[in-house]
Design a protein around this ligand. Structure first.
Ligand SMILES: [Fe+2]
Ligand SMILES: [Fe+2]
Length: 301
């Protein structure tokens, strides 16, 4: 009892000195001895934070000694502090970077699906095209597209992620639009070729936007090799877009302008639309006259 009292007094009298650090340990032991069941859980948590801080604040010069004391008093209490530090780090810049990586991976999955879809769609466009020049352009771009699929797989490999395709709704819509142009234009016409070029250029522009954005993300994430691969594909898409423009303006659009033929499907649809409008107008007139009659009847009553 006398020893314990002496240590308590020492701790109160000189909290700034080493005695305080020694007192910290007996305090824990003493509490544990007095009520082992109750003190066991709460004591270490309470002692962990305040003890070193109290000593460290008034005596910055003796900080080294304080750190040693803190380790001696509660070596297990350092763990929760480290865990807390990790949580903070996870919700700061490091976490934002991982979100950007997720965005990058999602974008890769999207364009991976798109490219694979185009390897199936381009042969259809090639068969539907009229001019040899356009057929050749589609066939050459199909070969390039096969290489681009492999390049996207390389990027997946570089970042250690399994190559998985995720359906790209935009590319799905664009390839359907190309199918519609084939369905709505006459075989063997330059008008069809002009329509195919229009559809294909929409595809190229989607790819240009996708690869441009992904290359930029790769650079931000410090993935230089991935950025170079994506940049290579980006340039190919730009070249294809330019090539299609040249094919269109060199002959196809001019020849298509001279073409005449049966009423295209689109015009038939327009006629149906006009018929619907006439019916709607007739219905509206009938409704108006009905309301007018009712109003007159109301006035009479
Ligand atoms: Fe492509
Ligand atoms: Fe392309």
């Amino acid at each position: 009892m006398a020893k314990a009292t002496g240590k308590k007094a020492a701790a109160k009298a000189a909290p700034k000195k080493a005695a305080a650090k020694k007192a910290a340990a007996p305090n824990v032991k003493k509490a544990a001895a007095a009520s082992p069941k109750k003190a066991a859980a709460p004591q270490p948590k309470k002692a962990a934070a305040p003890q070193p801080k109290k000593v460290a604040a008034p005596q910055p010069k003796k900080a080294a000694a304080t750190k040693v004391a803190a380790k001696k008093v509660a070596p297990k209490k350092a763990a929760p502090k480290k865990a807390a530090a990790k949580k903070v780090a996870a919700s700061s810049p490091a976490d934002q970077k991982s979100l950007l990586q997720k965005l990058f991976i999602d974008g890769l999955k999207d364009i991976y699906w798109a490219e694979k879809q185009l390897t199936k769609s381009l042969p259809k466009l090639m068969r539907a095209a009229t001019s040899d020049q356009l057929k050749q352009a589609f066939e050459e771009h199909r070969v390039v597209t096969e290489q681009q699929v492999g390049r996207v797989e390389q990027v997946f490999q570089l970042i250690g992620v399994k190559a998985i395709a995720k359906k790209c709704e935009a590319m799905d819509g664009l390839t359907r639009e190309a199918d519609n142009i084939v369905a709505e234009t006459q075989k063997g016409t330059m008008s069809r070729d002009a329509g195919l070029i229009l559809a294909a250029q929409k595809v190229e522009h989607y790819e240009i936007a996708s690869y441009g954005g992904l290359a930029q993300l790769a650079e931000t994430l410090g993935l230089q090799e991935a950025k170079d691969l994506l940049g290579q594909t980006l340039q190919e898409e730009k070249d294809t877009d330019e090539r299609l423009t040249q094919i269109a303006i060199s002959s196809i659009n001019l020849e298509a302008e001279k073409e005449e033929g049966p009423v295209p499907v689109q015009e038939e649809e327009r006629n149906e639309e006009n018929q619907d409008n006439q019916e709607n107008q007739q219905n509206q007139e009938n409704q108006d006259s009905q309301e007018s009659r009712e109003n007159q009847e109301g006035n009479t009553i």
